[in-house]
Design a protein around this ligand. Structure first.
Ligand SMILES: C[S@@+](CC[C@H](N)C(=O)[O-])C[C@H]1O[C@@H](n2cnc3c(N)ncnc32)[C@H](O)[C@@H]1O
Length: 339
């Protein structure tokens, strides 16, 4: 038995954080869900207006911090266990090779034991289709894959099984937000649940952000993220950005985070940008093809009467042994300032 407070699910996370900050969270026991309530183990008689009660909570093991040592996978296969995985909010998402699939339940349970704050573990079957949705199978823990992710002082509701979300873009989102000047009009052409817009709205002072996505499931998440973060300058739009963009004001900044094929839409973006505007285009490609890609891009746009120059290229992350994701910061040709 352990001492805990019984709080409604909705207000549980801020309370858990407050307890943690004040050193009153009992780290020796695990948080448990009970219907619409969450039982949070505490080191106090009451907290936040909730009286503590006794409940049967699992003991939190602290000894082992590497899930691989608790996974129950035979010695001969241990080297196949991944050393990294994504944590989105309170869920973990991991890829496993076929040889480890018979052990997936034990691997998931091991991760729950070593990763503090992880409620459920999902097996990643890869992203599919134009909406880039993840095929997820729960292998341990409780609840669905809907979760609230924290990034750069913001909270973002997402569900990687319904909408695309990549926690590994946090640094890039912070970089783009740091470039935004007061009063900018910004268009995010492939917004997902609008993490770029959310981080920008929180850390800069744009006049307007238009976050567009084709996936109808994104609308609910975008609206919730606008609400949760108290954003007033962002509009969530569902539709094909190449069409939607034609009806929007010219933009100071356009974000094109569609790494498999963003360049196919660059003409639309160049037409929608102010002459002094900047486009951030993300693209995955063979590292050896980078120079050819840049040359080809400029000549393809020129053939459509669209001048442009690439003012900065940065490798964001490795995608495969030979491929990487790059960001190209692009300005219309007439522009003369650079960032
Ligand atoms: C890589 S995800 C973007 C994720 C998001 N920027 C983030 O940081 O999490 C690409 C998104 O583009 C959307 N998409 C694909 N084609 C589109 C189009 N023609 N117009 C608008 N959105 C589109 C997909 O539904 C998907 O959510």
């Amino acid at each position: 038995m352990a001492r805990c407070i019984r709080v409604p699910k909705k207000g549980a996370e801020p309370l858990r954080e407050a307890l943690m900050e004040q050193g009153l969270l009992d780290l020796d026991h695990r948080i448990r869900r009970d219907g619409d309530f969450i039982l949070i183990p505490v080191l106090a008689d009451s907290f936040g207006g909730y009286e503590a009660e006794e409940a049967d909570l699992e003991v939190q093991e602290h000894g082992e911090t590497d899930y691989r040592n608790l996974s129950g996978v035979p010695e001969g296969l241990r080297d196949l266990l991944p050393s990294s995985f994504d944590v989105v909010g309170d869920i973990a998402i991991m890829k496993l090779p076929d040889e480890l699939l018979p052990y997936k339940a034990g691997i998931g349970e091991a991760l729950l034991k070593t990763e503090h704050g992880v409620r459920a573990v999902f097996l990643d079957g890869g992203v599919k289709g134009e909406f880039r949705i993840r095929d997820l199978e729960k292998i341990a823990g409780e609840g669905t894959s809907e979760t609230v992710h924290r990034e750069c002082g913001t909270r973002m509701m997402t569900d990687p099984s319904k909408v695309y979300f990549n926690p590994r873009l946090a640094t890039e989102r912070a970089r783009v937000a740091s470039l935004v000047r007061d009063g900018e009009v910004i268009i995010d052409m492939f917004a997902g649940v609008a993490p770029f817009g959310t981080v920008i709205a929180r850390h800069a002072h744009p006049a307007k952000i238009y976050s567009i996505d084709l996936n109808p499931e994104c609308e609910r998440f975008m609206r919730e993220n606008i609400r949760m973060n108290g954003i007033t300058c962002m509009e969530a739009i569902i539709g094909d950005s190449t069409q939607v963009i034609k009806g929007l004001p010219k933009a100071d900044r356009i974000i094109m985070n569609l790494p498999q094929m963003a360049d196919r839409f660059l003409d639309s973006a160049l037409r929608a940008a102010k002459p002094s505007g900047t486009i951030h285009m993300h693209r995955v490609m063979e590292r050896s093809a980078l120079e050819d890609f840049e040359r080809d891009l400029v000549s393809r746009m020129a053939s459509e009467g669209l001048g442009m120059r690439i003012v900065r290229v940065q490798e964001l992350k490795t995608y495969s042994p030979t491929m990487s994701v790059y960001v190209f910061d692009i300005m219309p040709e007439a522009a003369d300032s650079s960032e």
